[in-house]
Design a protein around this ligand. Structure first.
Ligand SMILES: C[S@@+](CC[C@H](N)C(=O)[O-])C[C@H]1O[C@@H](n2cnc3c(N)ncnc32)[C@H](O)[C@@H]1O
Length: 330
């Protein structure tokens, strides 16, 4: 563990030490029309490794907290699964996925290509009451690309400086975006999108042995509650989610922030845990938790066992007993 921590302070050393380095997201095909806060592009190589370790191709991937959907899209484009059930509670995000799945990808791509983006034109567009689902989808893409951090939750605002001081233009690449949206037509008929509650849909697939689940909930289980600032829907019964996972016949992977509360829940359900390095939006290297039934395929990553505090308590207790024993003898 100490060597991993050291390597995170000095990432250039981790290769030499044989410890996994954070994934360079530029090496992963960007297939989502979103720049998603808390997005899992960096997890794609590990996700591929997970499905690659299976004997048979899973018939369905269930992604109950789909967000920008990079994991489902990768699974579909790379033929790692037959179909994907993508679930997202946020109606704005849902409007984008529904438009793509229900035949409006071309309209959306064209709207992106022909929009003349200025701060005024964006403000005018966002003041409109979207009369149709596809118009709502366009507004969502516009917000996601011009708001700070791609955050759509209450309190978010326009990018001030953005990349190289380009302000709201810095994440608006109409050609690339339109291409990505059109490309999704190739997999749209294999997506079963639901604007629904993720845990409810997990239950629906619980007895399906050929289903796999990629579960990336809002990070609100620990004290820090990072997800609260990022998403409109962040309130979640994490304990219930863990209980549901315990009942799954198929395999699952969960990703979480490295919080004590999360590790406690994982331990109490006898799940395995691994720490995986990633680079956050501020270019800092940190560790996230991967949780699953059997993570032996992740052997290169450090495992998480007992909490530090428990070791300390036990060590102190042992010391005290020794001391009191000496006192008793004296
Ligand atoms: C950590 S993000 C998922 C990011 C996604 N894995 C990606 O790569 O873009 C969690 C998502 O769960 C959604 N969410 C929160 N509560 C939900 C619920 N009960 N059911 C479905 N989605 C929910 C949030 O709106 C947010 O988009």
């Amino acid at each position: 563990m100490r060597t991993l921590r050291q390597s995170l302070l000095f990432p250039e050393l981790s290769g030499e030490l044989g410890i996994p380095k954070p994934v360079n997201v530029a090496s992963v095909p960007q297939r989502s029309p979103f720049r998603y806060p808390g997005g899992k592009t960096w997890f794609v190589p590990t996700f591929r490794q997970w499905l690659g370790s299976k004997h048979a191709k899973p018939s369905v991937l269930v992604e109950p907290f789909a967000g920008g959907g990079i994991i489902s899209l990768t699974a579909l484009f790379e033929n790692l699964v037959e179909k994907a059930v993508m679930v997202e509670l946020d109606e704005e995000i849902a409007a984008v996925w529904e438009s793509i799945v229900h035949g409006d990808a071309e309209w959306l791509a064209n709207r992106v290509l022909t929009f003349n983006l200025t701060k005024e034109s964006v403000m005018r567009e966002l003041q409109k009451n979207p009369g149709t689902r596809r118009e709502k989808a366009f507004q969502t893409i516009l917000k996601n690309r011009t708001f700070h951090g791609g955050i759509l939750a209450e309190g978010s605002g326009f990018l001030k400086y953005g990349e190289n001081g380009k302000g709201i233009h810095s994440r608006w690449y109409p050609g690339t975006l339109a291409k990505r949206i059109l490309n999704l037509k190739h997999v749209a008929n294999r997506i079963d999108f639901r604007c629904d509650d993720g845990p409810k849909v997990i239950q629906e697939f619980a007895i399906n042995q050929a289903a796999v689940f990629f579960i990336d909930p809002p990070y609100t289980a620990g004290k820090k509650k990072a997800g609260k600032r990022l998403y409109r829907h962040y309130d979640l019964d994490h304990e219930h989610l863990f209980t549901l996972c315990k009942k799954l016949k198929g395999d699952f992977l969960m990703t979480y922030d490295n919080a004590e509360e999360v590790k406690r829940m994982a331990r109490s359900h006898s799940f395995q845990m691994r720490l995986i390095p990633m680079t956050n939006t501020h270019h800092a290297t940190m560790e996230e938790l991967v949780i699953g039934k059997d993570l032996s395929w992740m052997d290169g990553f450090p495992a998480v066992h007992e909490p530090d505090t428990e070791y300390k308590t036990r060590a102190t207790k042992r010391k005290q007993t020794y001391k009191s024993l000496k006192r008793n003898i004296a």
